[in-house]
Write a protein of this length. Structure first.
Length: 244
């Protein structure tokens, strides 16, 4: 499924404009910090209801997207912007850091001309979002500096730094990619069901319908019968695990 993104209530040109929800996680541990997909989805849906707006699409991304050039690393955010632009709507996020903690990145998003809204900052004006982003960016810089100082101190004490368990690190990376694929499969589940209800009985027909609706694959590409098959298999596996 796909939904829409917006910046702040004051940055919307049309009070009835729909939202495209943009949900992002960068590690599978974020769910433990309240930043998981379900928590973000609930926050955006609450926000949309309070604003009296509809959510026409939802886009889920698994990517760190750090730095001022992060948009090039986030095909799903680019997709959300395209959907919002076509619909004359806005992109909505649960928290500003789901977009970025970079002032330059937030400014770049504003320059695209597509409004975006932040559920935790419902009344923030565009210039205020720059301020919040600047504060977040400075906090990230301070955390980085403290981490570097702590590592330097440990190294001076003779502590061996680095990853002593590369296999475990690789396993975490694979788990993160798998979580991303599963999250995307869940995000298109409603669209697949709608395509079937409309008479799309084959994988090729479902792929054609998803492409017609402008919904991209997890990699930001075009749907084919094989990619639909993998998404459906993931959904069936998740449903089976939930029922077990």
């Amino acid at each position: 499924m796909s939904r829409k993104l917006s910046a702040s209530a004051s940055h919307l040109s049309d009070a009835s404009a729909p939202f495209v929800a943009y949900l992002r996680v960068s590690t599978d541990s974020q769910g433990e910090r309240g930043l998981g997909i379900e928590a973000q989805r609930a926050a955006v849906e609450r926000f949309a209801a309070e604003q009296g707006r509809s959510i026409i699409a939802e886009v889920v991304e698994v990517a760190s997207g750090s730095g001022a050039d992060a948009l090039s690393k986030r095909p799903k955010l680019a997709e959300a912007l395209r959907i919002a632009r076509r619909a004359g709507g806005s992109v909505a996020v649960a928290k500003l850091d789901r977009l970025s903690r970079s002032v330059a990145f937030v400014a770049g998003l504003m320059a695209t001309g597509v409004p975006f809204a932040v559920a935790e900052l419902p009344h923030a004006r565009p210039f205020e979002l720059h301020i919040f982003a600047a504060l977040a960016e400075e906090e990230r810089r301070r955390i980085g500096a403290r981490t570097a100082d702590a590592l330097a101190a440990k190294k001076a004490q003779g502590v061996k730094l680095g990853n002593p368990r590369p296999a475990a690190s690789l396993a975490r990376g694979l788990a993160t990619r798998r979580a991303g694929a599963e999250a995307h499969a869940q995000s298109v589940a409603a669209a697949v069901a709608a395509a079937r209800a409309a008479g799309a009985s084959s994988l090729a027909a479902i792929a054609a319908e998803l492409n017609r609706r402008g919904i991209a694959t997890a990699q930001g590409g075009t749907w084919y019968p094989a990619t639909v098959k993998r998404a459906v298999e993931r959904l069936e596996a998740l449903e089976g695990a939930a029922a077990a």
